[in-house]
Design a protein around this ligand. Structure first.
Ligand SMILES: Nc1ncnc2c1ncn2[C@@H]1O[C@H](COP(=O)(O)OP(=O)(O)OP(=O)(O)O)[C@@H](O)[C@H]1O
Ligand SMILES: [Mg+2]
Length: 230
């Protein structure tokens, strides 16, 4: 098995059409070791979410390569890429992306059912308890607060035990105490299951707990800091 969980080699990416086309990622090279926790920081609009989506195979670069577990994502067609993601990568989106017509429990059970887990609903219930939502199993996203929706999104991402978890502002809408609990949960996932974490965050407490922080500015890596406590 390759020791790198994720490697980006000279990645460029533009999004949008015509006059709205924006060159977002510019010559990004970055490699993340298996089991490493990396915090992605930088100003609004610097390309953090786009970089995360590129690592997760949800955006394809215009040039350069993205390797996940040694597999060049460009060699996979859309179906193969979706299967690859489903097996290995958990994604927490900045805007949660919950299915509005499904309850919290159904949202979390969905990827487990897709993976053929016969205990999908039991496991989904356990994960929701872990994020403190044992009393909200049958609520729909619209009936949950922003922070609660965020916790459902986290439960959904970690339920299938992904080897790689990418999360966009996982503590962004949470109070300090709930945020701490979520951080503990993410790092327990790493400790107990050896998962690699890539976390976009403005939360200095969360960034400090990562092994390394990578700072973006205008689509380029501006600085990297290795944490002294790592
Ligand atoms: N589909 C798109 N079409 C055109 N431009 C886009 C598209 N998606 C993002 N952008 C632009 O790319 C830049 C980077 O966006 P991105 O969402 O990656 O930033 P970010 O660092 O995550 O910001 P924030 O901290 O506000 O979430 C922004 O200027 C944004 O307007
Ligand atoms: Mg963002």
């Amino acid at each position: 098995m390759p020791d790198k969980a994720i490697a980006l080699e000279n990645v460029d990416l533009s999004l949008g059409r015509g006059a709205a086309r924006v060159h977002i990622l510019k010559g990004i090279s970055l490699s993340i070791a298996r089991g490493e926790a990396v915090g992605l920081v930088g100003p609004s609009g610097s390309g953090k979410s786009t970089l995360l989506m590129t690592m997760a195979g949800l955006e394809r670069p215009d040039s350069g390569r993205v390797l996940v577990d040694g597999t060049d994502l460009a060699t996979l067609d859309e179906d193969a890429l979706a299967r690859f993601r489903g097996r290995r990568i958990g994604i927490v989106f900045q805007s949660f992306h919950l299915v509005p017509t499904m309850t919290a429990l159904e949202n979390v059970a969905l990827p487990l059912e897709l993976a053929g887990d016969p205990r999908a609903f039991d496991r989904a219930q356990e994960e929701l308890r872990l994020v403190g939502l044992g009393e909200r199993l049958h609520h729909y996203p619209a009936q949950l607060s922003g922070g609660e929706q965020q916790r459902v999104a986290i439960a959904r991402a970690i339920a299938p035990n992904p080897a790689i978890l990418v999360a966009d502002e996982p503590t962004g809408n949470l109070d300090e105490r709930t945020g701490e609990q979520i951080i503990d949960l993410l790092f327990a996932l790493r400790r107990e299951r050896g998962a690699t974490l890539v976390l976009v965050t403005h939360d200095l407490g969360l960034a400090r707990r990562c092994d390394r922080t990578v700072r973006l500015r205008s689509g380029r890596i501006e600085a990297e800091t290795t944490s002294s406590t790592a």
